[in-house]
Design a binder for this molecule. Structure first.
Ligand code: 3EB
Length: 328
């Protein structure tokens, strides 16, 4: 039997049926992940008003086993693994990040889910400075990159990811992995691969692909107004929106996929489970209008007011492109 994996957004705390691999609470508080009633739960402070909270549910059919490993919690069925972790706030993240990611890579090997296909990282004070004056995001990237080099070098390559701000204290992160080796990591001709960004953006480049294809789903990384490796349209949220959406349209389109030997072609109307991260509260009405125009009218979209990994970025967008809506 081949199980599918899918996410959905539900009202915070709403009950959900069987087959739940994990629940991520996008709410008002952050903390270390826990297993509650057999289900991993990670709470992330992403809304300043608890009334805006929602839960992201990951589900996949089949008997599910959950457990913990060092500071990580996980759940898996025969095909997919969910894992979450937490790094307490600190004035230096390199070592703790390397350790947490090293544990994660050891776990996927141990449980035999060697292919990671999507990761999310929520980083407090992301544009602040650490003890040595290095931006917190860059400090995090250094630890993550060392872990990838040391402990994931033989594996399938860096997956799609999001690295974004949070209001909480401590880095919360979660990821998905599978047993099959078929997921394909995708780059975007409009953007320098993040793992090849030049040194001016930090001592170690960010470790992620622009997207990862798993079966018929294309997981789209957090995508911003970056062309080549440079931020464009500093200070103009509307123009930044257009570049970010244009980057996604190109990433998921036929030309980009075909050039990388991947069959498939998606349009923005195929994107779902969309998160729009925006820096300034005042931009929300405009960003909502732009999103409602850009995506399918039935697409699930959530808006999160947080800082973004470069101080000059005003908006970042992620989602999952799939064929789901086409068969309706
Ligand atoms: C960028 O393109 C914008 O560090 O995991 C997007 C997606 C970004 C993931 C990460 C960072 C990350 O560089 C920032």
């Amino acid at each position: 039997m081949i199980a599918a994996i899918a996410s959905r957004f539900i009202r915070h705390g709403a009950a959900c049926d069987d087959d739940v691999l994990a629940r991520i609470v996008y709410g008002a508080t952050s903390g270390a992940p826990r297993i509650e009633d057999g289900v991993p739960i990670l709470r992330l402070a992403m809304c300043d008003d608890a009334r805006d909270a929602f839960d992201e549910i990951w589900a996949s059919a089949g008997p599910i086993h959950s457990g913990s490993f060092n500071d990580l919690v996980f759940a898996h069925n025969d095909e997919f693994l969910f894992c979450a972790g937490f790094i307490p706030s600190s004035d230096r993240y390199t070592e703790a990040t390397r350790k947490a990611y090293g544990d994660a890579f050891a776990l996927v090997r141990e449980l035999d889910f060697p292919t990671i296909f999507r990761m999310w990282n929520f980083i407090p004070h992301i544009n602040g400075a650490n003890q040595e004056g290095l931006e917190v995001y860059r400090d995090f990237c250094r630890g993550r990159a060392i872990a990838f080099e040391r402990d994931y070098a033989d594996a399938s390559g860096m997956p799609a990811a999001t690295g974004i701000g949070t209001w909480g204290e401590g880095v919360g992160f979660y990821f998905l992995a599978c047993r099959e080796s078929s997921p394909r990591h995708i780059e975007n001709a409009r953007q320098t691969p993040a793992y090849e960004y030049p040194q001016r953006y930090g001592p170690k480049s960010p470790s992620f692909a622009r997207g990862t294809m798993l079966r018929d789903d294309l997981y789209v990384s957090g995508t911003a107004s970056i062309l080549g490796h440079e931020t464009v349209h500093e200070g103009d949220v509307e123009k930044q929106w257009s570049v970010a959406v244009g980057n996604i349209a190109h990433l998921i389109g036929a030309d980009n996929l075909e050039a990388q030997g991947v069959r498939g072609a998606y349009a923005l109307s195929d994107l779902d489970q969309i998160k729009v991260y925006y820096r300034h509260a005042a931009d929300l009405p405009r960003v909502m209008r732009l999103a409602q125009h850009a995506f399918h009218p039935d697409a699930n979209i959530r808006y999160l007011k947080v800082d973004i990994c470069r101080a000059d970025l005003l908006v970042e967008i992620e989602g999952i492109a799939s064929l789901r809506r086409r068969s309706d």
